[in-house]
Design a protein around this ligand. Structure first.
Ligand code: SAM
Length: 243
């Protein structure tokens, strides 16, 4: 039988990490480590900052309001995911939270909320979504933190589209088509529509883009959050770092 491993606390910090580097904790971080996780001086946790990989760090000062960590050794280098962006139209709050969380877990490099013709939300709280991403990265063992960009209009995003970035256009009108993906590895983006789907002009524009590949996600209409996970699974297993 395999020995049981104690799972180590992972904490994201906005601070450079390196051997001998001390990291002064914010009040919520100190509270989390000492008040919630009940750790005291001498406890070793994992820290990451999205840039310097993962490090073992020892709690050398511990209080409810303040604390200091001391970095010892790097335990993982920075692992940058494949160059995959997820473009999605925000839906209800809990489902939008789910999408960004899953995108971070599944290895998106950038998360791009877009406003389409049938998008209900006209604002999003980028900082809250970014905080969900950080929690997901802490939980899943990742070392890279994908950026959530501010809400942008789909038209503006497509106006500035780089032709080198392939676009996996998840098109709900392709239900009767095989879900085969074509193309090769490189920069890609997945685009998922809102609950109401894409408008006809949007679909026409997307289909006309040389970078776009319209893709079916099977014979049933998936909710946007399910579609995001299904599309990332399909892409990762074909071109990503799951192979
Ligand atoms: N209201 C639309 C309809 O009834 O046709 C469905 C929109 S669906 C809930 C939200 C988004 O998920 C779609 O715009 C599309 O990007 C994606 N999606 C859902 N099911 C799909 C499928 N079977 N194939 C491709 N994309 C799909």
């Amino acid at each position: 039988m395999l020995p049981l491993m104690a799972s180590k606390v992972r904490l994201y910090v906005e601070h450079p990490l390196g051997e001998g580097q001390s990291v002064v904790l914010t009040q919520p971080q100190a509270h989390y480590l000492t008040g919630v996780m009940r750790l005291g001086v001498g406890a070793v946790i994992s820290v990451l900052n999205g840039v310097d990989g993962e490090w073992d760090a020892e709690l050398v000062e511990a209080g409810k309001r303040k604390g200091v960590l001391l970095c010892h050794a790097q335990t993982k280098p920075l692992q940058v995911p494949p160059d995959l962006w997820l473009l999605f139209a925000p839906i209800k709050k809990a489902r939008t939270d789910f999408i960004v969380e899953k995108a971070a877990e599944m290895g998106a490099k950038r998360i791009v909320p877009i406003q389409t013709a049938y998008t209900n939300a006209d604002r999003i709280r980028v900082e809250k979504l970014q905080a969900h991403v950080i929690e997901a990265v802490e939980q899943c063992g990742g070392t890279y933190v994908p950026q959530v960009t501010p809400l942008q209009k789909l038209g503006a995003v497509l106006d500035g589209w780089s032709p080198e970035r392939r676009l996996m256009f998840c098109d709900e009108t392709m239900l009767d088509q095989p879900s085969a993906m074509s193309g090769s590895a490189g920069p890609w983006a997945i685009i998922i529509g809102p609950e109401g789907g894409f408008s006809d002009p949007e679909r026409t524009r997307l289909r006309a883009m040389p970078a776009a590949t319209p893709v079916s996600l099977g014979p049933r209409i998936l909710r946007a959050d399910t579609a995001a996970v299904a599309a990332m699974t399909l892409w990762q297993s074909r071109f990503g770092d799951w192979q």
